[in-house]
Ligand binder design. Structure first.
Ligand code: NAP
Length: 311
């Protein structure tokens, strides 16, 4: 019997994903129907954007799994009607590579002090070289798929990299920490701090007035994780006092960032519109198809969300 795969996401995504999904599903050799509308009781798998109109999973009585198109799952993980296995997106060739490039680029911007040379209306000639990378400790909060890849890329450039996760890890090139003591150790030393934690009750306001004050004076913050990780008012106060040198922010509590938000136009804030990394349709489609193959073969799904932990 063919399997039925419902694509539940914004219309413009269907245009991007239909062909790559068909290619990836053809490659796993299953007999399938792929559509944006199917009778709920016939659906086996949902390829899912949490912003889609599908919010009540109750009518999907034979559903085997929901396969997220994005890495972030905070908008669906608490849905009480979503009871089947729920997998987040891990897309090494697309999402992870894109995040490594974005994070590395912004890290080097701050490390090298590029802004002073790019915008130099007075033609000032101040030949102060930046410190070598070995003298610039970098901290990464979150050592999952994205944080560990970014940390390793930055370590390969010569920066001393420390990272923080919930569970203890061994990752080449990264000194790994856990718990409050571990967080405090990283904060005290990191001249550049990168946030790649998920959005959960436990990670809200990880950066607040107290933790921002622990960073070395003038530290740079780079947040491609989630807006909720930072207490905005505390960050603005730390930027205004000089405690924080600059914040590069890709994600916000409210998106799009409201026009009257003080981050817009703040001289020490760079706003990017949630573009740090996007799932790329061909590689993401292969990741989704692999999970469908596993489901049909009775093998465990990859990258299942831990509903208790919220990510
Ligand atoms: P992931 O693989 O689930 O990794 C999450 C990491 O955070 C893990 O290392 C986890 O620890 C750690 N963590 C979670 N809760 C923690 C806590 N309370 N204390 C300490 N560490 C904690 O996620 P990912 O794929 O790397 O993605 C990370 C986040 O990036 C996503 O959740 C999403 O919000 C964001 N993102 C943003 C964009 C963008 O374009 N801006 C694109 C993709 C993703 P354990 O390893 O011990 O579980």
């Amino acid at each position: 019997m063919p399997i039925n795969v419902l694509f539940a996401a914004h219309e413009k995504r269907w245009a991007q994903y239909e062909a790559p999904l068909r290619t990836a599903l053809d490659a796993i050799g299953v007999d399938y129907t792929l559509a944006i509308e199917l009778p709920p009781a016939d659906v086996d798998y949902i390829v899912y954007a949490p912003s889609s109109p599908v919010q009540d999973f109750t009518p999907y009585t034979r559903l085997k799994a929901v396969l997220n198109l994005w890495a972030g799952v905070e908008d669906a993980v608490g849905n009480p009607t979503l009871k089947v296995p729920y997998a987040r997106m891990v897309d090494d060739e697309g999402l992870t590579q894109g995040m490594v490039e974005w994070v590395t680029g912004h890290t080097l911007r701050h490390h090298l002090g590029m802004d002073a040379h790019i915008v130099n209306p007075n033609h000032s000639w101040v030949p102060d070289a930046p410190p070598v990378s070995a003298d610039r400790p970098v901290g990464i909060l979150g050592l999952g798929e994205l944080g560990s890849a970014c940390g390793q890329a930055i370590a390969r450039l010569g920066f001393p990299v420390s990272g923080w996760a919930r569970s203890q890890k061994q990752i080449d090139g990264i000194t790994c920490h856990t718990g409050t003591d571990g967080l405090n150790t990283i904060l005290r030393q990191s001249q550049i701090l990168i946030l790649l934690l998920p959005s959960t009750a436990a990670t809200e306001n990880t950066l607040n007035a107290e933790t921002l004050a622990m960073l070395p004076k003038g530290a740079f913050i780079i947040n491609p994780g989630r807006g909720l990780l930072i207490d905005d008012d505390a960050l603005l106060a730390a930027l205004d006092s000089g405690q924080i040198g600059h914040a590069t922010l890709d994600v916000f509590r409210v998106e799009p960032l409201p026009q009257d938000h003080p981050f817009w136009g703040h001289p020490k804030v760079t706003v990017t519109p949630h573009i740090a990394s996007e799932t790329r349709a061909p590689s993401a489609s292969r990741a989704i198809a692999e999970n469908i193959r596993r489901g049909e073969a009775g093998e465990p799904f990859l990258y299942l969300v831990d509903r208790d932990a919220g990510y």
